[in-house]
Structure formats: C-alpha cells, structure tokens
Write a protein that binds this ligand. Sequence first.
Ligand SMILES: C[S@@+](CC[C@H](N)C(=O)[O-])C[C@H]1O[C@@H](n2cnc3c(N)ncnc32)[C@H](O)[C@@H]1O
Length: 253
Amino acid sequence: MKSLAPGSFNLIVADPPYNLNKDFGPWKETERKAEWRDWTRAWLEEAKHLLSDEGNIFVYGIHHHICWVQCMMLEMGLIYRRQIIWHYENGFAGYGKRSLNATYEPLLWFSKTDRYIYTPIREPYKSQERLKHKIIKNGKVWEPNPEGRMAGDIWSFPTLAGRRFRDEKVKHPTQKPLSISRRIVKHFSNPGDTVLVPFTGSGSECVAAVMEGRTYLGFELNSDYIDMARERIIDALDSNSSEQADLASTLPV
Ligand SMILES: C[S@@+](CC[C@H](N)C(=O)[O-])C[C@H]1O[C@@H](n2cnc3c(N)ncnc32)[C@H](O)[C@@H]1O
C-alpha cells in the first residue's frame, strides 16, 4: 500500500482480522495479539494517506475491540460519520449461558472531509398500511417517497450461515455477504471508481465492486484465498458481460 499514490481512492473497505482467534493461515490471530493494536494503527495510517478528499473508509470490527479502532481513527483526524450496526438473526455467536449472544457486528464509517460521496439509501416503509391513508405532518399533506424511507444506521443483512446461502458461501472463515458489500460500494463511491480492499479474503468487496460497475485493488496474504477471490471475481465479470450481451441483443441494429 505504501507504493500507491496519495489520495487516489474514493472508497476503502477494510475487513481486517478482528483480534479474536481465527486462523487465516499466514496470519494466525492467536499469535498476533501483542502487535494487533500497533499493526492496526500502521495500516490505518496508510489507508488515510490513500483516501481522496471525497473519500469514505469503512472498517469492520468486533464489539470487544472496535473501540480501539474508532479512537485511532479519531486521533488521526479522520471524520467520524457513524458506527453502523450490522444486525443479523442467523448465524449469531453464542457466548454461553452466563452471557449474551452476539447478534451484530459494528462497522465504522469515516470520511476524509465533509465533502464525502454519498448516494442516499432508501428502504421500504415499515408500514405499507399507514401509507394508504392521507398523512398530515406540520399541517401539510406528507407524500411518501416512492423509493421508500431513508435508511438508518442499523443494517439488517443475514450472514451466510445455512443452506439458504450455499451458492454464495465459499471456504473462507469470515466471508462477508455480497448484500452488505454491495450497499457500501453502491452508495459510498462513484461508478467507475477503484475500491481499495486491504484485506481481500474470499473477495466479497472486490466482487461487489465488479457487480456495481467499479474496479478494485485488493491485498491478501493467503494464496488459497487469492485463488478463491479470483474465481469469484471471474464469475462476476462473466455474468456482467453476459448481461451486457443480453442488453446488446435487445438494442436496435
Ligand atoms: C476478515 S478476513 C476478510 C474477509 C473478506 N471480507 C471476505 O468477505 O472474504 C481478513 C483477511 O485479511 C487477511 N490478512 C491478514 N493480514 C493481512 C495483511 N497484512 N495483508 C493482507 N491481508 C491480510 C487474512 O488472510 C484474511 O483473509
């Protein structure tokens, strides 16, 4: 990352090792506990350097340790936008009878300046029934937006646990769903941008970039994961080009 041009990325999506006990092959979390905080600060500094003035950076983490990451990002002058809660009701982590199950992961959103890229996210209104009647707000008739309400900071996307996701799931221990990866790419970067993915793993954020008409630059230590990511990216590129072909076949000649 040190050799890249400063300010050259509008979006960085980082899903680093969380400082738990996962074995990523060359990077075994149990062996890296002592250095995790210094190492985190070092890669965050590099990431900040690479972020454009309109840029956004997203960092995944875990409730035990995300506080360190958030403080580091504040200390280095990145601008806090939100701690998003990625909430899920499947595949939660159990901590035994004397604790609470974990049903979310925190996701930090920071920007470089206040001129950050953002295309509003809209979601279906909760009550469709209520929308059938005239709604008066501050004395005026309120019209619902046809695209739905503005999204909040709790994002509900299922994890890839279970048979439902067997087509998407590959053999990576912490693969992120394409649903959440695509939301980040689509709403926080511009079409045609290159998304920087410092921890590629199985390539979810790179695949999302391809699916959303962006390109990507990814880093990964484990060569098996690189192969996995490459295969997924090729599939995404293939389906993009067949969509283009479908589109071309419907165009007048
Ligand atoms: C949490 S996983 C990322 C998973 C990814 N979001 C996905 O959906 O597959 C973190 C990844 O970072 C990789 N990694 C660890 N240290 C690294 C480093 N210094 N440079 C690049 N990758 C690293 C690990 O091998 C692991 O695959």
